[in-house]
Design a protein. Structure first.
Length: 275
């Protein structure tokens, strides 16, 4: 990224016209945002700055570029942040350095016919149709095996993730290590769901892995196209703590390859790229 212009000094807001704004816009363009590079700090530039500010609470998300926002954007540059180029792909990689834009909503969202912890309709019950159908089959198999699973949280919008992230950081600043920033959560893809069980008091906790349901899920999910996305010992690769309750749909063939080889999605995709 050495060919990218340096972040400008100063304070810029909607209506500002300045050659340095063009440098800022070039950097945002390099992240993958589609904005004009015209030196005019217009609504599109402000909107992108606002959504990036939401990744760094307690910075005020106001769409105004200043010293604090500059420091935050430098962190994104240093980690080679990029927008996900293929968000609808079943294998789209979403993490702290591969983010989804605020406006992305996955296609074909439906509510799987499975039991959920919340009875009323909630957007978090939704998943993409392909993943939803596979989940229903997984839950049917669980019932046949006398395993009781319950859905907790599926789709989550960028705005909702921003709220959760800001709250988590406020409660404990150290949670930035493992909590997903807005745009960095797989829940926004509609391909992921958190599950639990009465045995674990319907909680999302590490203890789920030791329950019969958690062990069954880890063994059986790949046959239906799901992987345990965040495995123990892989935190340095995924950027997130182990989450035995968090399953991600990637398709049956890929799920079985990833599980058999003991890989993360990051490692699997990297190996495919090298071939």
């Amino acid at each position: 990224m050495s060919d990218i212009p340096k972040l400008p000094e100063g304070i810029y807001r909607q209506g500002t016209t300045d050659p340095q704004v063009k440098a800022l816009q070039s950097i945002l363009l390099s992240f993958g945002f589609r904005i004009p590079v015209d030196g005019i700090y217009g609504p599109k530039t402000a909107a992108v700055i606002l959504q990036l500010q939401q990744k760094f609470p307690p910075i005020k998300a106001d769409g105004i570029y200043g010293p604090w926002t500059k420091a935050s954007l430098q962190k994104l540059i240093d980690t080679h942040f990029r927008l996900v180029a293929n968000p609808t792909d079943t294998l789209a990689l979403v993490n702290k350095v591969n983010g989804l834009p605020a406006e992305y909503v996955p296609p074909n969202l439906v509510v799987p016919n499975i039991p959920f912890t919340c009875q009323a309709y909630d957007p978090k019950k939704q998943m993409r149709k392909e993943a939803s159908l596979a989940l229903e089959q997984l839950f049917t198999k669980a019932k046949q095996n006398k395993i009781s699973l319950t859905g907790v949280s599926g789709y989550r919008s960028y705005a909702r993730q921003a709220q959760i992230y800001a709250r988590n950081i406020q409660i404990s600043p150290t949670k930035v290590q493992f909590s997903a920033p807005p745009g960095g959560s797989e829940h926004q893809t509609g391909l992921t769901i958190d599950v639990s069980t009465a045995t674990n008091n319907y909680q999302l906790s590490q203890s789920f892995a030791a329950t019969p349901e958690g062990q069954w899920l880890a063994q059986t999910a790949p046959a239906f196209g799901f992987i345990i996305r965040y495995e123990q010992g892989k935190e340095h690769i995924t950027g997130y703590q182990a989450e035995p309750w968090h399953i991600r749909y990637v398709g049956i063939d890929v799920a079985q390859m990833i599980t058999k080889q003991g890989l993360t999605l990051e490692e699997f995709l990297a190996s495919q790229y090298q071939q």
